[in-house]
Write a protein that binds this ligand. Structure first.
Ligand SMILES: Nc1ncnc2c1ncn2[C@@H]1O[C@H](COP(=O)(O)OP(=O)(O)O)[C@@H](O)[C@H]1O
Ligand SMILES: [Mg+2]
Length: 401
């Protein structure tokens, strides 16, 4: 095994990456593994983009485990300033020292003739208080100062302001940080840097240019099944396979928040706990609130489930195959637009919806999403409530037991 202190390349081949990640419970395809392999060989950060819940953050964690490196994580958020990313002065500690040393400081200025010269004298000793002892390193500086090589995760960088992005760019470009009072720190060991983005806004071209880039989309059916299996959900392989296909069908609908891998895993666990031995549209409807979390999404999912479980069920339905039933009392004729979600542009629409739902209305909305909200807005007055979802969940359990 690679010792953390050795700065040698941890993987001999792409296959080794696949194996090492699998040992940690992370299932990677060759495209992903190749990118990770390059990350460990080239001195470049890796930018992972894609919808929420496809395993971006998890990859950084598992890479740290697989390489025996410590994980340092910078979670980005709106309004975050650079001191939270780079370093801060430990004001509390400075204050404590001045309190304890009050007498000593008193002696230094004791014979100063006036205030100006007392201030001068303190000023001459300033460097004592702005030294490494009083430095509170934040993740970027910590990664650069670390004696041992680390994995640095800069998570959800699209949530940070552009000003912070510029700081990142500078730091990642040079792998060094200058602190005016102390000097410049250069990385002793190059960290593996992973940046993630849920695509709520476009990142600076300069940042993209500097990084290896990977768009991580929802996994193939085969890989998702493998992931579900690896989580030992208790659901049989054949049911898990059917379930994965149903979830993939739900992702094709124009949902505000498409179900991600974690939702598939949760659904599998739920069905296993209920002792389900056959996937009926009834049991999936009863438990659908496990995977779709917005009222309107629930309604769309309930409409689509019969078709997704049994494709023949669409025969009696509308020709455009939504199965949006009669008597649900919803008048959202814009649901026709979900057909767009099946077209070539489907993934883009899905992504926009997904990321928007992740962060709530309007906060990081792209123009595309903003349009979507307008369109959706008038159609909300009534839909299946979450209460209704849990009610039917309860019924499902009774029947299943
Ligand atoms: N390739 C994978 N192998 C195993 N589990 C995965 C994989 N991708 C995603 N998961 C599961 O999905 C969950 C959500 O992934 P996460 O990394 O938090 O998503 P993201 O950061 O892309 O929003 C993880 O906690 C993990 O359980
Ligand atoms: Mg994440």
């Amino acid at each position: 095994m690679t010792l953390p202190s050795e700065n040698t390349a941890p993987f001999e081949s792409v296959d080794e990456v696949v194996e090492a990640l699998r040992d940690q419970g992370y299932i990677a395809d060759t495209r992903l593994a190749t990118t990770v392999f390059l990350l460990t060989r080239l001195d470049k950060p890796l930018l992972l983009e894609g919808p929420a819940g496809v395993g971006k953050t998890e990859l950084a964690k598992m890479l740290a485990l697989a390489t025996g490196r410590r994980l340092l994580r910078l979670q980005c958020y709106e309004g975050q300033d650079e001191t939270k990313a780079l370093y801060e002065w430990d004001y509390g500690k400075q204050l404590m020292y001045t309190q304890i040393l009050r007498e000593k400081i008193g002696q230094v200025v004791e014979d100063a003739p006036d205030l100006a010269s007392a201030v001068d004298r303190i000023g001459q000793n300033e460097s004592v208080f702005f030294s490494e002892r009083f430095l509170a390193p934040r993740p970027l500086l910590e990664a650069i100062r670390s004696e041992e090589p680390v994995v640095l995760l800069i998570d959800e960088v699209d949530r940070a302001d552009e000003a912070l992005e510029a700081v990142l760019l500078e730091t990642l470009g040079e792998f060094q940080i200058s602190i005016p009072e102390i000097g410049t720190f250069a990385a002793k060991q190059r960290p593996y840097v992973l940046l993630t983005s849920n695509n709520t806004r476009d990142l600076a071209a300069a940042l993209k240019r500097r990084c290896l880039h990977l768009f991580l989309d929802y996994p193939s059916a085969q890989r998702e099944l493998e992931i579900v299996r690896s989580k030992k959900t208790g659901l049989s392989d054949s049911l898990a396979e059917e379930l994965v296909n149903v979830v993939r069908g739900l992702r094709e609908l124009e949902l505000r928040k498409a179900p991600s891998i974690s939702e598939t895993i949760d659904w599998a666990r739920t069905l296993a706990v209920l002792g389900v031995d056959e996937l009926s549209s009834q049991i999936l409807s009863d438990t659908v609130s496990v995977v779709v979390k917005y009222d309107k999404d629930v309604k769309k999912a309930l409409d689509a489930l019969p078709r997704l479980v049994d494709p023949n069920a669409t025969i009696e339905e509308h020709s455009h195959g939504h199965g949006h039933g009669h008597g649900h009392g919803h008048d959202d004729d814009h649901s026709h637009s979900s057909d767009d979600g099946d077209g070539p542009d489907g993934s883009a629409i899905r992504t926009a919806k997904d990321t928007a739902g992740r962060h709530g209305d309007g906060v990081y909305g792209t123009p595309k999403y903003a349009k979507g909200t307008e369109k959706d807005a008038p159609a909300t007055p009534r839909s299946v409530t979450s209460g209704q979802g849990s009610r039917s969940f309860g019924l499902g359990r009774k029947r299943a037991l």
